[in-house]
Design a binder for this molecule. Sequence first.
Ligand SMILES: Cc1cc2nc3c(=O)[nH]c(=O)nc-3n(C[C@H](O)[C@H](O)[C@H](O)COP(=O)(O)OP(=O)(O)OC[C@H]3O[C@@H](n4cnc5c(N)ncnc54)[C@H](O)[C@@H]3O)c2cc1C
Length: 433
Amino acid sequence: MNGYCDFQQQDQARMARYSAFEVIKNAFTGNKGWQPAWRKPEPKKSYDVIIVGGGGHGLSTAYYLASVHGITNVALVEKGWLGSGNIGRNTTIVRSNYLLPENIAFYEKSMQLWRSLSHELNYNVMFSPRGVLNLAHTPGQMDVYAERGNAMRLMGGDAELLNRDQVARLNPGLDVSGNARFPVVGGLLQPSAGSARHDAVAWGYARGADLLGVDILENCEVTGFLREGDKIVGVETSRGKIRAEKTAVAVAGSTSRVMRLAGINNLPIESHVLQAFVSESLKPVIPNVVTFGGGHLYASQSDKGGLVFGGSLDGYNSYAQRGNLPLVEEVMNEFLAMYPRFARLRLLRSWGGVMDMSMDGSPIITKGPLPGMYLNAGWCYGGFKATPASGWCFAHTIANDGPHEINAPFTLERFKQGRPLDEKGVGPTPGYH
Ligand SMILES: Cc1cc2nc3c(=O)[nH]c(=O)nc-3n(C[C@H](O)[C@H](O)[C@H](O)COP(=O)(O)OP(=O)(O)OC[C@H]3O[C@@H](n4cnc5c(N)ncnc54)[C@H](O)[C@@H]3O)c2cc1C
């Protein structure tokens, strides 16, 4: 509790830097009056908790460890700079439109945290609940959406089944004519879903964690784990050895490589590249997030006006942070099947990120697999929207040496026990999750 009060006091001091007065003052003084949003401390010899990975999940874990559990003697160890991983590479979609009760409960927790995140962090993460619309192209698909929508509503979420005219009214740019390559018959809308500004999420959590006393150690790569017998007692890094009572790993696409340093070689995870694309800026044309039902494509419009979209994995295992042309062609075809009017739009950028695809499409947030260790992984296509709940649950698991009921289902053991949380019922085929 003291930590939180200190946080508020320090934050009030920092708030002054973000006031309209400070913005105007700095505009006239060459923007030289701003302070860094987080410190650059030297590593201490030991901490209560080390978090490996300065992506969204590592940062939110650090923040909730300090703010909810009062554990502030924490080091967050990042091999590059904050935001260099998938937290800064995703297409920013935030939703909880799942079918399995375990997943709905978890992602609803995330939605709840998203709604008040800017206020809680005192940092604008630009959460924009503009609605996520899944298009249906067959009556069978409408039945599947009706089932999913009912499951969401039963668990307290929001979902609306739309017919073709309602889809057309909601998203006038879509081709819903009978001549469309995949004619639209309706859709499933989650009105409270939307998007958020990805790098602001990283910076907001970093600033919040730093204010509470967490040491954020950038350019500090974990190269090995310190052990006493079976127990993990810290990490070896490019900036020296650091000991800790508890070592938590949240490295997303690098999970298999980092866990191999601890001798764990058999995680149910494959690493794949996922690409994303952004066009030149347009006036507002896509009011919500839209997904294509005839393939795998999701699109939205950024606040700057660029159309942001992506599709499936490249389809082979890789650690490269850029993708290949066949997927570019597939994504463009799907995008134009939905929006033929954008055929002459120019693409500005494309990039890739390495995804840790779990074998059932659901995440892992657990104690173990070695004593002294905790693991957060397997985020597949959807880890950005999970950022708040993932950190909240992981912090609970680390602080209490056991899971919260929300993340209790997301064990590693489920794969051994034959109890997968296979949302789409597609089996161990990462590309389809
Ligand atoms: C193109 C693309 C689009 C996506 N779109 C969406 C979307 O619309 N919605 C959604 O919900 N999700 C989306 N995702 C998924 C989402 O981005 C990820 O699941 C999520 O960001 C992963 O968690 P993270 O933020 O902690 O990962 P990261 O930001 O990758 O964090 C992991 C960190 O660990 C660090 N690290 C690795 N090895 C070490 C080491 N040895 N020592 C120290 N540090 C190390 C890395 O440098 C990295 O910073 C998308 C992903 C991609 C690539």
